[in-house]
Design a protein around this ligand. Structure first.
Ligand SMILES: Nc1nc2c(c(=O)[nH]1)N[C@H]1C(S)=C(S)[C@@H](COP(=O)(O)O)O[C@H]1N2
Ligand SMILES: [Mo]
Length: 245
């Protein structure tokens, strides 16, 4: 459907600039647009910078769990025990208005649903239906200051040796409309193993960017002084920061 709309608008654009009398089918520029539209249809990321969205029939009912173990400390287990009533998503750092948002608050905001594919760098993928709040809506509440360039996702888990998981996006990536703070997976509240109560979903980037168990969004001008200085746990081990798919 999307592709047909794209083709129709491409055709009318080209019809507008083709010399009168030129048969569209013989117009090389037009053929190139057809060709790139075919590619676009197959590509995960289209030319508009959006990750492909799938029909409900494509959803993997058993979404694989990967990464560090679900936090087992008293703090996290205490949050689980009372259904995350005491959870607050802190948004701070280079912001005008620091926030501490309850799950109820996040649930009352405009929800977005996406059926997108998660691509792990290890070579597996899974399609899930995610709902939650747009990252950009949450950041807007906190009003990032002009010196803010990145949002750092501070997570509640660690690698077993005490180093906490974290990730980061620049504010351009954070404004991408599919960058989601997910609260549900396949219609149910996020379970602890998938990052409850809040995890990032950023379907335009590799899986390790989609931070689970997010406790805090810290706005910074630079991530050079955070942990290993490369903008994320895996980036500190040598993985690419941008991680575009
Ligand atoms: N906090 C945290 N987030 C994380 C990870 C992790 O270990 N800790 N692993 C990442 C990786 S490599 C992947 S593939 C996905 C796995 O998400 P899933 O368990 O929902 O499949 O989470 C990402 N986010
Ligand atoms: Mo991954």
């Amino acid at each position: 459907m999307k592709r047909r709309i794209f083709l129709a608008s491409a055709a009318s654009l080209l019809a507008g600039c083709a010399p009168i009398g030129t048969a569209l089918n013989n117009n090389m520029a037009f053929m190139r647009v057809i060709y790139s539209a075919e590619k676009l249809d197959e590509a995960v990321i289209g030319t508009r910078g959006l990750a492909r969205e799938y029909p409900p029939s494509a959803v993997d009912r058993n979404f694989r769990v990967n990464g560090f173990a679900t936090p087992s400390d008293a703090l996290y287990q205490g949050l689980v025990a009372d259904d995350f009533r005491n959870y607050r998503l802190v948004v701070d750092g280079a912001v005008e208005r620091r926030q501490a948002l309850s799950l109820a608050h996040l649930r009352a905001m405009t929800q977005q649903t996406q059926i997108t594919r998660h691509d792990c760098v290890e070579g597996w993928s899974a399609i899930g239906e995610w709902s939650g709040v747009r990252l950009s809506d949450v950041l807007a509440l906190a009003q990032p200051r002009s010196d803010a360039r990145y949002v750092v996702f501070r997570c509640m888990d660690n690698d077993g040796q005490g180093t906490m998981y974290y990730e980061s996006l620049d504010l351009h990536q954070a404004a991408q409309p599919q960058a989601l703070l997910a609260l549900t997976l396949n219609g149910a509240p996020l379970d602890p193993a998938h990052g409850a109560p809040v995890r990032l979903r950023v379907p335009t980037q590799l899986g390790y960017k989609s931070a689970k168990w997010v406790a805090r969004l810290e706005l910074v001008g630079s991530y050079a002084n955070i942990e290993g200085g490369h903008g994320g746990y895996w980036e500190d081990q040598g993985y690419e920061w941008y991680a575009g798919i």
